[in-house]
Design a binder for this molecule. Structure first.
Ligand code: FMN
Length: 185
């Protein structure tokens, strides 16, 4: 069975991750391991993610695993793909510049498998110069990303660009990553 490491950061879209995880497990028959940033815990709880993933959830660089290893080494080694979803402007910036100041940013640097970012920001953040520059930079480092979509932003209560890609986009993409030798994006 293939393993997907799902890294959730602090966008309001994190609240959708339990249902995303349920669909990913059901449709791809994969093992899911979850990491959660401290800020993401404002939007979704480790407990619900543990129920939906069927595995321990890690939030801290200094958590230890049952075998005594640290999650940024063991989980990344176990992963066939690392999915950063929703990916905040903050984690995209950290990955662009190699910053490792929490569990998820440290795991991205320690990755041995493809890393796929699924950004979610409001429209103003998405089109800002720093975010656009960092999106280019993460691709230069060999990471992959999925374009955001149009959706209703709770920050403005209106439809705009920057919403997290839907499962309709993500599931076929993950399927390709898990089956093809060539990278699909
Ligand atoms: C209600 C609310 C919604 C937010 N949604 C987003 C978002 O969609 N995308 C984003 O990049 N930041 C968003 N933020 C800001 C992030 O939570 C903030 O930049 C945080 O430092 C991200 O930390 P992390 O990347 O470690 O999870 C939101 C903040 C609030 C209060």
């Amino acid at each position: 069975m293939k393993t997907i490491l799902i890294c959730i950061t602090g966008s309001v879209a994190a609240a959708s991750l339990p249902s995303y995880i349920m669909s990913i497990r059901r449709e791809l028959d994969v093992r899911v391991i979850v990491m959660l940033s401290k800020n993401a815990t404002k939007f979704v709880t480790p407990y619900s993610l543990k129920l939906y993933s069927g595995n321990e959830v890690y939030t801290d660089t200094y958590d230890s695993m049952p075998n005594g290893l640290v999650p940024h080494m063991q989980c990344t080694q176990d992963a066939d793909i690392i999915l950063v979803i929703p990916a905040t402007a903050n984690i995209i910036a950290k990955a662009a510049w190699g910053i490792c100041d929490d569990l998820i940013s440290t795991s991205i640097i320690a990755a041995t498998s493809p890393v796929l970012f699924v950004p979610s920001t409001n429209e103003r953040m998405w089109f800002s110069k720093p975010v656009q520059m960092n999106i280019q930079k993460i691709q230069d480092h060999g990471y992959f990303f999925v374009e955001p979509e149009r959706g209703v932003s709770i920050s403005t209560s209106s439809e705009s660009f920057g919403a997290m890609a839907s499962l309709k986009t993500i599931i076929p993409l993950l399927k390709k990553f898990l089956t093809d030798e060539t990278k699909p994006v």
